[in-house]
Design a protein around this ligand. Structure first.
Ligand SMILES: Cc1cc2nc3c(=O)[nH]c(=O)nc-3n(C[C@H](O)[C@H](O)[C@H](O)COP(=O)(O)OP(=O)(O)OC[C@H]3O[C@@H](n4cnc5c(N)ncnc54)[C@H](O)[C@@H]3O)c2cc1C
Length: 393
């Protein structure tokens, strides 16, 4: 069989590698003109995602730079109000939560696919899809057309594959939070920190950690009713954004304002998710990753869920009698889990909107208990394993 994979983000190259394990040849088609490993800020990968990632890339080559997953929480007066300590994760799950630059992860997966002989074609933006009984045809914006036996939509939250096969399906929902993220180097902060410091600031939420290479990786969340129409900012918009963030955090503990002021790179993302998509597949086409079930980033599961999908879908294709059965089995194995995680991420995101002083008092009081209870409840998320050798039927 020949598989067409649309999108060379996180899910795309991992899916192609998973299909190779079951004897299906894939070609990846990516809209961007070239491979660019500088795009995006950073993202979390949890033990469940890392355990799958190990199937595709050598982790020590990937982890040239990262920040730890331990989290310390502070209120706007710099009082410590809670810790999520991941010390037990290694012994419990065999991996620890980390943050990596998205470009580094994307690059490592892309190179692994290329080294495995999987062709990747850039400058291929999918515009339409046609299906016949035994083939699927894809047309790209440059006028070219390709044909395959199946198509896996790995084209992210604003998936063109999803819109083509389910034009009536609800699109991504804006969660009411705007995220900015960036990178800064400060002379006094060159040592890796043991944790990410997250501050419930007076008017916005701010997190930062010092990476292994001594760079500060930071993000901020601001409650904002409507999402900006675009998030590629020009130089003057970037300067305005810095001013806005500095003003927002001016009363919060240092070095927050210095980190913002001296940032050498900064990105802005309105946070969307897709709480529920009824159908993930149609005929010879199946959606995975953000295209099927995008989650807000607050519990660091977007990339991990996309990676889980790749191995489960390959297993379904290996074991089921036909594509329809494989795609149906895949959705039934995955849907309940991803929906629960999307819900959990929204719940955590809601704690980041700035409450009034009365609510702040109770948040500071209750957060340590909440954090401990939630950490204990994460076993079902982090402990997820794909038993590759088990036959599904
Ligand atoms: C440029 C970029 C930067 C990001 N930065 C961050 C970040 O800093 N932090 C974070 O938490 N998450 C980030 N994300 C999202 C994160 O990668 C995903 O939430 C998650 O990893 C799931 O991966 P995915 O492969 O399903 O989707 P994605 O990683 O979004 O990959 C989708 C891929 O499909 C391609 N594509 C889109 N439309 C078409 C089309 N019509 N035809 C062909 N190809 C298409 C895109 O260019 C992209 O390469 C970013 C995504 C992108 C695309």
């Amino acid at each position: 069989m020949k598989a067409i994979i649309v999108g060379c983000g996180i899910a795309g190259p991992a899916m192609a590698l998973a299909l190779q394990k079951v004897g299906v040849q894939a070609v990846i088609y990516e809209a961007r003109e070239t491979a660019d490993d500088t795009q995006g800020a950073f993202l979390g990968i949890s033990p469940n995602g890392l355990n799958i990632l190990k199937e595709y890339v050598a982790l020590d080559e990937l982890l040239t730079d990262y920040t730890p997953g331990k989290i310390r929480f502070f209120n706007a007066r710099n009082k410590s109000i809670g810790v999520i300590d991941n010390a037990e994760q290694m012994s419990r799950y065999g991996s620890e939560t980390i943050q990596v630059k998205r470009g580094l992860l994307n690059g490592a997966l892309r190179r692994a696919a290329q080294q495995a002989g999987i062709p990747i074609e850039f400058g291929k933006r999918l515009v339409s899809i046609g299906q016949r009984e035994v083939t699927v045809t894809v047309s790209f914006a440059d006028g070219s057309v390709v044909e395959g036996d199946l198509l896996i939509g790995c084209d992210g939250i604003h998936s063109a594959v999803r819109r083509a096969i389910f034009p009536e399906a609800p699109g991504p929902e804006y969660t009411g939070l705007l995220s900015t993220g960036g990178f800064t180097r400060l002379e006094d902060f060159s040592h890796p920190s043991d944790a990410i410091r997250m501050t419930f600031g007076e008017r916005g939420f701010f997190g930062y950690a010092v990476s292994k290479s001594g760079e500060i990786w930071w993000f901020n969340n601001i409650a904002q009713k409507t999402a900006p129409l675009r998030h590629e900012l020009d130089q003057s918009e970037l300067t305005d954004l810095k001013k806005r963030l500095t003003a927002l955090h001016r009363n919060d503990p240092e070095p927050i304002v210095s980190i913002i002021e001296q940032a050498h790179s900064i990105e802005i993302y309105p946070i969307y998710d897709i709480p529920f998509l009824d159908q993930w597949h149609q005929g010879r086409i199946c959606l995975i990753g953000d295209a099927a079930h995008a989650t807000a980033p607050h519990i660091g599961q977007g990339a991990s869920l996309a990676l889980e999908d790749t191995l489960v879908l390959a297993q379904c294709i290996r074991d089921c009698t036909d594509l329809h059965a494989a795609f149906s089995r895949f959705q039934s194995l995955r849907q309940e889990r991803v929906q629960a995680i999307i819900k959990q991420a929204r719940k955590v995101g809601d704690t980041k909107t700035v409450p009034n002083r009365f609510q702040q008092f109770f948040r500071d009081l209750l957060l340590p208990i909440f954090v401990k209870l939630e950490a204990r409840k994460m076993d079902w998320v982090y402990g997820y394993r794909v038993d590759w050798h088990r036959k599904l039927i």
